[in-house]
Design a protein around this ligand. Sequence first.
Ligand code: PEP
Length: 258
Amino acid sequence: MALPRKKFVAGNWKMNMTSSEVAPYLEVFRQETEPVNNVDIAIIPPFTALAKASEILGGSQKIRLGAQNMSPEAKGAYTGEISAAMLRDLFVRYVLVGHSERRRLFGETDELVHRKVVTALNSELRPILCIGETLEERQAGQEKAILEAQLEGALKALTQEQLEEIIIAYEPVWAIGTGLTATPTQAQEAHQFIRDYLKTSAGVEIADKTRILYGGSVTADNARELLSQPDIDGALVGGASLDPRSFAEIVAAAVPAE
Ligand code: PEP
């Protein structure tokens, strides 16, 4: 019998919050999440706020740090880029890879996403691989084919050991920042499809262990129902993570029932 997967809730601040806003945020968030100890929590600030968050959290095991993006290159003449080593230096543990905003607005391809996944793994950063279909793709009945292509493109040729480090975030593009959420049934169906894909491509053990987060207009009001679905192992939260109290309520909704 597989062990239950520990829920994971991560807050993607996107291009919000300056360095000076980090301390007041964390003061409230730490207080509000004080009673929670069986959920993995991460905040994912913009690069410029990471150092401050790192200084305050001091390598905390309770609230971990993630980055929103990362160069696929190790170092060198790549003006404007941030390397995995730079992130590790700040005790960053997770990195978002293939967020739909990066795919859509910055032209990131499955090939680039794959290179970033490999670079992250080689640097002991855990990739949170974001995948999801657009509204047009869903309306055309292509959502499963899109998810499969994104999974295949990003995860090809990884070893079992590497696959164990991957966290997947299913984020239907039509639900991100729009206030439209996938219904718990729609989300569960997609998550089950992703887990079945992992079963076939990587084996039952990896499929059972891998955490698959849901992202797309998660709020304190809808989190509990989404998180109670059998294949939803956590949430990747954008807008609602900017308010430390709302975000803490979402974290609380992930606490397993006694
Ligand atoms: C996201 O950016 O990953 C996200 C899910 O955003 P929002 O919660 O605002 O839809």
